[in-house]
Design a protein around this ligand. Structure first.
Ligand code: FAD
Length: 303
């Protein structure tokens, strides 16, 4: 079984989450080959064949042109799976590749099932199982769902090119607005989740963060609800953090949140549900009402 893994670069740098593609291929037991539109000086640290296309010529984010490169690599490799990350790059490119090959596509795979794949549905509240028919199959993987794996050795380079002009031109990236808080350097982060109930309760989380000498983080619903600015979000679409202490307050532990904080040194979770998934990564799970526990803890620590 063969998998063609479509890796990513941004601003000339190889993106580390592309190594999760190898973790997925390993779970399938597939022989992995990578395609990268990047620079020769910025190759991944891994063994195996890497088809390299020049980002200077094709642009880093040009799904219209990159589709042709993927189809050229498929022609050479004849893979059973063409696999991308479920990133803005992957979700633009995957359907074009599937349409070009006239094959099945599954988006945001979270796990390999006995006879198919599991994918989220209903705003991540449920999972569905799907079995692709035919070959090859185009898949995108949810960020953080599979382990990052670096196959040993140095990459064996093969150049790849594609003919024709695209219907899109990649102009560059727009940098995000400056963030008010740098969670990446914080040694302590106290994060608020939807379980805090309302915007006014952020102050109790901030008070605990101040008492511990840390910063305030948040899950995405807290940001989406306008309870705190976007710069505080932790997770796949927020910041990736690894403080010495991470206190998750009223956060369920969705995979996209865990991807951003599971490397923290010591994790304390406060949740009224003792079965909440955050318990699987937490060193300590306090089963309590967050708005009773957090102010009481802050008062105790302040003494
Ligand atoms: P919920 O899942 O609603 O959990 C609330 C928790 O609070 C529950 O466990 C509940 O038991 C507990 N609770 C409720 N009341 C109390 C109380 N009084 N006391 C104690 N506990 C209580 N999410 C992120 O966080 N970061 C991301 O970067 C991110 N990126 C995403 C990207 C994509 C493409 C998608 C599809 C989703 C993304 N999400 C992200 C959203 C993610 O899937 C979850 O929806 C989100 O993390 C859930 O946030 P939450 O844990 O605060 O809320």
């Amino acid at each position: 079984m063969k998998a063609l893994l479509i890796a990513e670069c941004r601003d000339g740098k190889f993106l580390d989450y592309s190594y999760e593609l190898f973790g997925f291929a390993a779970q399938l037991g597939a022989e992995a080959t990578m395609l990268l539109v990047g620079k020769e000086g910025e190759l991944p640290e891994c063994g195996g064949t890497v088809y390299l296309a020049d980002a200077g010529r094709y642009g880093e984010q040009n799904p219209d042109l990159h589709k042709r490169l993927v189809l050229a690599a498929v022609e050479r490799e004849r893979p059973d799976y063409v696999v991308l990350m479920h990133s803005s790059y992957g979700w633009d490119l995957a359907p074009r590749v599937a349409a070009g090959l006239k094959v099945a596509q599954l988006s945001e795979v979270v796990s390999v099932a006995d006879d198919g794949f599991e994918l989220p549905c209903c705003s991540q509240k449920m999972r569905r199982k799907a079995k692709p028919v035919g070959s090859p199959v185009v898949l995108t993987l949810q960020l953080g769902a599979f382990p990052a794996v670096k196959p040993a050795g140095a990459p064996a380079l093969q150049r790849i090119d594609a003919e024709g002009e695209g219907k899109l031109e990649f102009l560059g990236y727009e940098p995000p607005p400056p963030k008010g808080v740098d969670l990446g350097r914080a040694e302590v982060i106290v994060s608020a989740g939807r379980g805090i109930g309302k915007k006014e309760n952020i102050e109790a989380i901030a008070a605990l963060a101040r008492t511990l000498g840390g910063e305030v983080g948040a899950s995405r619903p807290v940001v989406d609800s306008g309870w705190i600015e976007a710069g505080h979000q932790v997770g796949t679409t927020g910041q990736t953090v690894s403080p010495k202490l991470y206190v998750a307050c009223g956060i369920s532990g969705a995979i996209q949140h865990l991807a951003g904080m599971k490397k923290s040194g010591f994790i304390v979770a406060v949740n009224k549900d003792k079965e909440a998934p955050i318990g699987e990564v937490a060193d300590v799970l306090v089963v309590a009402d967050v708005m009773q526990f957090v102010p009481a803890l802050t008062a105790k620590l302040a003494k």
